[in-house]
Design a binder for this molecule. Sequence first.
Ligand SMILES: NC(=O)c1ccc[n+]([C@@H]2O[C@H](COP(=O)([O-])OP(=O)(O)OC[C@H]3O[C@@H](n4cnc5c(N)ncnc54)[C@H](O)[C@@H]3O)[C@@H](O)[C@H]2O)c1
Length: 258
Amino acid sequence: MAELRDKVALITGGASGIGRETACLFAAQGARVAVADIDEGGGAETVARIAAAGGAAAFFPLDVADEAAWEATVPAVVERFGGLQVLVNGAGIELVRKIPDTSLADFRRVTAINLDGTFLGTKLGMTAMRQGGGGAIVNISSVAGINGQIRQIAYCASKGAVRLLTKAAAMEAAHYGYNVRVNSVHPGTIETPMVHGMVAHHDEAGQRAAMEKLRQMQPAGRLGQPIDVAKVILFLASDAADFITGAEIVVDGGLTIG
Ligand SMILES: NC(=O)c1ccc[n+]([C@@H]2O[C@H](COP(=O)([O-])OP(=O)(O)OC[C@H]3O[C@@H](n4cnc5c(N)ncnc54)[C@H](O)[C@@H]3O)[C@@H](O)[C@H]2O)c1
């Protein structure tokens, strides 16, 4: 199995959680992987894991909210690996806060990373892919981009916008014949540092209880793991999905069924 043979993939948020798992899976499927993140230590660890498994990867420091950084990073990836065929916009932050306690600065910080970062990646990535003959972009939204959630006004707004940004980009790319597909994945509760961070205000016993409560909310009877999402991202990035664009795939173990 080498579903991404001869492809170069840029993965933001590749230093942790879903992004790291996706980077490792892509490399195992033959891609050369550009791991991009603000977390240099975590990014180096992802690259080391890929190298240890015999794959090809390099780390690119990138703040996804910084337009100039994107303008430097995409050409650097193309130069390093000879092209760009896949982009995963995975970098993101969560903010759990009631509306009256959410400042405009809080709101803008979340949307700058989750939404502006995805816009900039889509813009720069799509341009590089067009120049190279085509490609696929996968944006990581959330079930919080489909349903409203309590204490998550900024996160829901950012992820809902990523959902429709994806469809607008897919429509435009198809209309102009760019040969670039754009899709979104919508994870439910996936056991990553992000979710552990959401319960970190409890003491140790409280954290265990909060994670157990989260688990009990899952129709599938377990929390999602990063690999559950990475497999779906791989599918959307691969040629197996070559007639799929503008689609959204929920990966939530049934959390949003009813
Ligand atoms: N874990 C979940 O339950 C869940 C559910 C739905 C959606 N998601 C989404 O999946 C994506 C990955 O989340 P995760 O759970 O793996 O979280 P994570 O915290 O483990 O990883 C997020 C990564 O994004 C990076 N990052 C943050 N700000 C950045 C910036 N400005 N520039 C570049 N990188 C930045 C972090 O350094 C980190 O490596 C996020 O977009 C998140 O919103 C996660």
